[in-house]
Write a protein that binds this ligand. Structure first.
Ligand code: HMG
Ligand code: MG
Length: 300
């Protein structure tokens, strides 16, 4: 049942850079995006059209989209929280977006200042406009495996939010382990409910693991065994959410690629070119990248 090919969704320029202390110049972000594109990643989340007060790190979203060198066959989605973000994104020439909510009320409140129901209501006109413009929409559900404010989250709540987003017309759901607390047993339980009870087609699900406790790759293996073939990761293991205290970076793209390629699962991505992209951004960060593969590559 393990897929022979995986679509890696690179979230480093968005999830990664939204959480960096250092101010990274737009030109450096564009170079990072170009090198990731050269590595052959099929989907690269480029930035977010959120409130610049909420995420000052990505307040140059317009400039990033204006300067972005778009490679053929690469999708460059952006995060959009509301109609204001959608209007900005359309004006900037965006052709693919992601909306985001959570399975936990407290996290949703901290992150987007809304209840889950309000967030879904805010997405309605965004999705209607996206449909009109022929723009595909991914839906993120955060805190699927645990919340920094509420702890464990009921899987029934995850299913409810998932079904609401799918009914609204999102083409893909990304299940976020926002603070990196999931274990493989939990991944099995959540996916089983979504796939079997919810009847959600497996190709519409993606997984998004932060790697706070080193369980992300084990969780990926379980997801693969359940047929998931879209996996989010961030080059250098960058990432985190300023509204999720305690969260560490995303699963590192290079650690994911190393495992997948070792298992003869194809991705179309050149691992060494991802390393070149990290080499470009690493000197701009206030800390070294954390991934196992990158650190071992630096030592040899
Ligand atoms: P709010 O304060 O409730 O919004 O924020 P508002 O509608 O009341 O507006 C307040 C001000 O913000 C107004 O400006 C609006 O114009 C402006 P003022 O009149 O005061 O000058 N505003 C905007 N400006 C630019 N772009 C916009 C926009 N919207 C309003 N789109 C809001 C609500 C949702 C906007 C805010 O809370 C926000 O932007 N939050 C985003 C937080 C965020 O980006 N978090 C990280 C991404 S999620 C994540 O990382 C998890 C994920 O990786 C998966 C996982 O790991 O689980 C996806
Ligand atoms: Mg994330």
């Amino acid at each position: 049942r393990i897929p022979r090919a995986v679509r890696v969704v690179e979230v480093g320029p968005r999830d990664g850079l939204q959480n960096e202390q250092a101010v990274i110049p737009t030109a450096q972000k564009l170079e990072f995006l170009r090198l990731l594109s050269e590595a052959g990643l099929p989907v690269i989340e480029a930035t977010s059209f959120v409130s610049p007060r909420a995420i000052p790190q990505l307040s140059d979203a317009e400039a990033v989209m204006a300067g972005l060198e778009r490679f053929p066959h690469i999708d460059y989605p952006v995060l959009v929280p509301n109609m204001k973000g959608m209007q900005r994104a359309l004006k900037a020439g965006v052709r693919s977006i992601a909306v985001f909510t959570a399975a936990s009320e407290s996290f949703t409140q901290h992150n987007i200042n809304a209840t889950i129901a309000e967030s879904l209501a805010n997405f309605q006109p965004v999705l209607a406009l996206a449909r009109q413009e022929g723009i595909p929409v991914r839906g993120y559900i955060s805190t699927v495996f645990g919340c920094p404010y509420e702890g464990k989250i009921a899987v029934e709540k995850v299913l409810e939010v998932a079904q609401a987003l799918l009914d609204m017309g999102v083409s893909e759901l990304s299940l976020g382990d926002t603070i990196g607390v999931a274990n493989p047993q939990q991944v099995y339980e959540v996916l089983d409910v979504l796939l079997e009870t919810g009847g959600i087609p497996v190709e519409r699900l993606a997984v998004h693991f932060h790697d706070t406790r080193g369980t992300a790759l084990a969780n990926v293996l379980l997801a693969l065994q359940m047929g998931i073939s879209t996996i989010d990761a961030a080059a250098g293991g960058l990432g985190g959410c300023p509204y999720a205290p305690g969260a560490a970076g995303n699963l590192a793209t290079e650690d994911l690629l190393c495992m997948l390629h070792g298992m003869s699962i194809s991705t179309g991505v050149e691992l060494e070119k991802v390393i070149a992209a990290i080499d470009c951004i690493a000197p701009r960060l206030t800390h070294p990248p954390t991934s196992k593969y990158y650190l071992s590559a630096c030592q040899t």
